[in-house]
Design a protein. Structure first.
Length: 313
């Protein structure tokens, strides 16, 4: 799958593929293939080195971008999923469970969008119901009880806005999740892997350290939603994306995130293993840093961090 602005890349990759197919028939085309691969790399550097905010949104939503379950498989050993909120039911939009990261026991909580249509329907496109956030609260409480760090993986367009979700207390569930996150004495590290949308994202992002993939986005509202409110048309989404300042670089400059994880050339969807390795390196460093702080001081610093954000906003 290619994005609209990747057309020069598509043309070059098709040419390379065609020449490699011809070369298999005993023709020597190594020089031409090498020249095209060099040209392809230059195009990737040019395009991905100067992405607009709207293009970054498209990359963050790319269907082939690694999902929560992919990060768990790559980063977490001995992962044991835990289900249910013990109040209403199980919400598959949020995956949670125990595992080991870098030799430490951790509680992992993440939003899963799914890779294909069937999975996306199963996981409700990563849009959690109240029971999903209540499950997250339950697992955070378990982590606090056993004194193990919490690692959250964020990738959602937002919390599910359906009538049933509202009837079951969506806003209260999100607020409660934020309250629990800020009250934990154990380390909390958040990684924004794709799209961090609205309260659905911040419910899992109230962490000691907020880490963000280079081509992820994080915003109080989607560009389409903002454009629909301001201009009465979603066609102004590119303008809204520019105004919202939702890219990792903007958010790092504003102090809303702490660290940017560099992605491989062309985005995490092109070379997932490289993206996982970069994420592992940064998360290892951030967790080690936070674990040096005493539990009481850690809680106070986390709360002050988010109070400072409200004053800056």
């Amino acid at each position: 799958m290619y994005l609209d602005f990747e057309q020069p890349i598509v043309d070059l990759e098709n040419k390379i593929e065609e020449l490699e197919r011809i070369e298999a028939e005993s023709l020597d085309l190594q020089d031409e293939i090498a020249r095209l691969k060099t040209k392809l790399e230059r195009h990737l550097q040019t395009i991905y080195g100067h992405l607009t905010p709207w293009q970054t949104v498209q990359v963050a939503r790319h269907h082939q971008r690694p999902k929560c379950s992919d990060y768990i498989s790559a980063l977490i050993e001995q992962f044991t999923p835990l289900a249910g909120d013990r109040c209403f039911g199980e919400d598959k939009a949020i995956i949670g469970g125990l595992g080991r990261f870098d030799g430490h026991s951790v509680m992992v909580i993440g939003q899963e969008r799914g890779r294909n249509l069937d999975e996306r329907i199963t996981h409700n496109f990563g849009m959690a119901h109240p029971e999903g956030y209540r499950k997250a609260c339950r697992l955070m409480g378990m982590a606090e009880h056993f004194g193990i760090p919490v690692l959250t993986l964020i990738d959602t367009p937002g919390a599910y806005p359906g009538i049933g979700a509202e009837e079951r207390g969506q806003a209260e569930a999100i607020a409660r999740c934020i309250e629990v996150s800020l009250s934990l004495s154990v380390p909390v590290i958040a990684l924004i892997t794709g799209e961090g949308g609205s309260g659905g994202a911040i419910a899992l992002a109230c962490a000691d350290r907020i880490v963000m993939m280079q081509h992820a986005v994080y915003s109080v509202i989607s560009p389409e939603g903002c454009a629909s409110i301001l201009w009465r048309t979603a066609e102004q989404a590119p303008v809204a994306a520019e105004a919202l300042k939702i890219t990792a670089k903007h958010l790092k400059d504003f102090g809303f995130i702490d660290t940017i994880v560099p992605e491989p050339l062309g985005g995490a969807h092109r070379h997932p293993e490289q993206a996982f390795a970069a994420a592992r390196h940064v998360l290892r460093h951030e967790l080690a840093h936070v674990m040096k702080v005493s539990p009481a001081k850690r809680r106070v610093q986390r709360q002050e961090k988010f109070l400072a954000m409200t004053r800056a906003a």
